[in-house]
Design a protein around this ligand. Structure first.
Ligand SMILES: Cc1cc2nc3c(=O)[nH]c(=O)nc-3n(C[C@H](O)[C@H](O)[C@H](O)COP(=O)(O)OP(=O)(O)OC[C@H]3O[C@@H](n4cnc5c(N)ncnc54)[C@H](O)[C@@H]3O)c2cc1C
Length: 427
């Protein structure tokens, strides 16, 4: 019998955060609520522009989705390039792609500039077909990339085993420009860098109320001309855009170090970050020490309102997958954890200025670390330069596959599940 993995975020084992709490009233030009990828990126840009910034985080920097994530740093989120092309046409797709590249480059440049120790690994992306029929999706992605001038290589069923072992896929598309990282360590490092640059960061300091010109955290008040709310799916706790954001739940596991022979059964030559074509897809990549990071979920849990603590069946599903695809039946998973990803009904982030409080800016449902970083940069640009050039994409006043009126009747989880199903399968 296999031992159950520890329920612990593997990334956290690498560093214990040092916490400084808010213990006085304070004032700044901008207060940012949330110390994840979005909040830290906004904080960086605003402090570089010379503004005084305070960040309030209710756990620790990287304690939300950012630090739990699997660290696939790719411009693709739930929407790949073919989806953007279909939704926005060539010009709009390229514009969105340029947007997310800002986030990708910001993270990469910071790692290099500050020499951040965060298991940074250059890994190409590899999107693989789980059936002959779904190979069409892979082809469409490849065609979109070629059409818009992005590098891409299509692998047939026969050729794929050269780069991904096992012989059980029906082809794939591979492309460069992506990388993997331990995003918790990245957030913790950025926290220290920002503090050195004069940003005040208070952790275990939960914001309970947002008002015009100030926020309340515990017994204290932080006043600021601008407030940025970067709390991902917790945005609804502040009664901002409540109907537009929900979460999707996924689960991760990290294996014990793999012997070289087993590692090579998955990655025969070089390493890639892989995801497949299933609706609730599987995803995996190697991390430091020859460990395998594996992600999966099931439909029953994806839209559950609360974090699922017992997910032994998902771990079983991962084991079955590795057995079926790579004939590996003795992989030991040492760590596992659940995580909630903020999502919109169409997988496009939302961002803007709260209509009720004019100096309160919000962003949510990034559905990807580079998107979160780019949105942080965008909101900073709204404050420093009055940017509006992407408002048309991120305004929540848009058409969703299931309308807000129907959502009221069928419930939020059901509305989001149906919307996502429509987007992924019945476009
Ligand atoms: C398991 C998992 C795997 C993922 N894998 C990937 C991946 O491989 N690649 C990828 O690009 N993306 C991935 N994502 C998605 C990605 O992590 C998120 O889209 C991104 O991190 C969102 O960043 P954020 O800063 O908006 O949110 P968060 O990182 O969640 O930051 C929001 C912060 O706000 C804080 N907060 C909430 N309420 C309050 C309050 N009242 N007061 C103060 N602070 C508050 C939270 O504690 C949190 O730290 C994954 C997500 C999960 C959960």
């Amino acid at each position: 019998m296999k031992l159950a993995p520890k329920k612990q975020v593997y990334w956290y084992t690498k560093k214990t955060p040092t916490i400084k709490k808010l213990e006085n009233n304070a004032a700044a030009d901008v207060v940012i609520v949330g110390g994840g990828m979005a909040g830290l990126s906004a904080g960086q840009k605003l402090s570089e522009a010379g503004l005084k910034v305070i960040i309030l985080e209710c756990t620790f920097c990287g304690g939300g989705a950012s630090g739990k994530s699997s660290g696939f740093l790719t411009p693709d989120s739930e929407l790949q390039l073919a989806d953007l092309l279909e939704k926005y046409g060539p010009e709009g797709a390229v514009k969105m792609r340029q947007f997310v590249d800002v986030g990708l480059n910001l993270i990469r440049d910071n790692i290099k500039k500050y020499n951040i120790d965060c298991d940074y690994q250059i890994q190409d992306s590899l999107f693989v077909a789980n059936s002959r029929k779904s190979f069409r999706k892979v082809e469409v992605e490849h065609q979109a990339r070629v059409k818009l001038g992005y590098e891409s290589k299509l692998y047939s069923e026969e050729k794929l085993p050269e780069i991904l072992g096992g012989n059980k896929y029906f082809g794939g598309v591979r492309y460069p420009g992506s990388f993997g990282l331990n995003s918790y360590l990245y957030c913790q490092a950025m926290k220290e860098i920002l503090e050195k640059n004069g940003v005040e960061i208070y952790e275990e300091s939960s914001v309970s109320e947002i008002m015009e010109g100030k926020v309340k955290a515990g017994d204290f008040v932080v006043s600021a001309k601008y407030i940025i709310v970067a709390t991902d799916h917790f945005l609804s706790n502040f009664n901002i855009r409540k109907r537009d954001v929900y979460h999707a739940q996924t689960f991760l596991a990290v294996s014990a170090p793999l012997e070289d022979s087993k590692f090579r059964k998955i990655f025969p030559n070089d390493v890639t970050m892989v995801w497949d074509t299933d609706l609730i897809y599987q995803y995996f990549r190697p991390i430091e020490g020859n460990r395998l990071l594996f992600g999966a979920a099931n439909l029953l849990y994806t839209y559950k309102p609360h974090e699922k603590k017992n997910f032994a069946d998902v771990i079983q599903k991962m084991r079955r997958y590795l057995k079926n695809k790579f004939d590996l039946d003795d992989i030991v998973f040492e760590y596992s954890w659940p995580g909630m990803i903020g999502v919109a009904k169409d997988f496009v982030p939302i961002a803007g200025i709260d209509p009720k409080m004019k100096n309160v800016l919000y962003m949510s449902a990034a559905t990807g670390l580079p998107w979160a970083a780019a949105l942080g940069d965008y909101l900073a640009g709204k404050i420093t330069n009055g940017r509006q050039d992407y408002d048309q994409f991120f305004s929540p006043e848009r058409h969703y596959p299931v309308s807000n009126n129907i959502q009221v009747v069928i419930s939020k989880p059901v509305a989001f599940a149906i919307s996502h199903g429509i987007i992924k399968y019945f476009k």
